[in-house]
Design a protein around this ligand. Structure first.
Ligand SMILES: O=C(O)CCC(=O)C(=O)O
Ligand SMILES: [Fe+2]
Length: 194
């Protein structure tokens, strides 16, 4: 890599622009060894749950494990606080809750969707820290058209504005390439009593 590339290696990449900051990808927010240590700490300590949902005439398992932890929960894993500080360095906000996803391998995914904004504080970002294996995210404007593909590397933070949830969808498709496990840690600002 030449010095020009080195200089800009960790620059944020704007993927979507809007009045609230749009959607941006911040590579290298957390060093690789730190991200790996947080992955190793979260994998066994988070209360992962599997969910089912109806699909046509069947009930199917949601293809990933999920968990949710309040940032005020005294039993939260300590690295959540360290992760919060790292995320606040690029997307400061009064976060209240983290939603975690565990993609066990290449077959785990999340379908294209926007995050439900009901109960989230207007104007506040959603910041997703990636740990473990890199996976691609697709981002597409709601009217349809081409998707933008962004590789979410371990230690990166993807920041999405509240407004962008009305205009764009995002998802993590299954991949035909072998993939190790990945944990995403999504920081959100919930309104009180929702
Ligand atoms: O795992 C990710 O990076 C995305 C997760 C996501 O979109 C969600 O939990 O709503
Ligand atoms: Fe989402």
């Amino acid at each position: 890599m030449n010095s020009q590339c080195m200089l800009f290696a960790d620059e944020p990449i704007a993927l979507v622009r809007d009045a609230e900051g749009g959607i941006g990808y911040h590579p290298g927010v957390v060093a690789d060894d730190v991200a790996a240590a947080w992955f190793d700490a979260l994998l066994p300590s988070v209360p992962w749950r599997s969910e089912e949902r109806p699909m046509y005439d069947r009930i199917v398992a949601v293809p990933r494990l999920m968990a949710s932890v309040a940032l005020s929960d005294p039993s939260r894993p300590p690295c959540i606080d360290a992760a919060l500080r790292a995320v606040c360095a690029v997307a400061p906000a009064p976060y209240t809750r983290v939603g975690l996803n565990l993609y066990r391998g290449a077959g785990d995914s999340v379908a294209m969707h926007n995050d439900r904004v009901h109960g989230l504080a207007p104007g506040q970002p959603i910041a997703i820290l990636s740990l473990g294996a890199a996976r691609d995210m697709l981002i597409r404007a709601k009217p349809g058209g081409p998707s933008r593909r962004v590789r979410l590397e371990s230690g990166s933070v993807l920041v999405m504005s509240h407004a962008s949830q009305h205009t764009h969808e995002h998802g993590i498709p299954k991949t035909s390439q072998p993939a190790g496990a990945r944990i995403s840690v999504a920081f959100r600002v919930r309104l009180p009593c929702t």
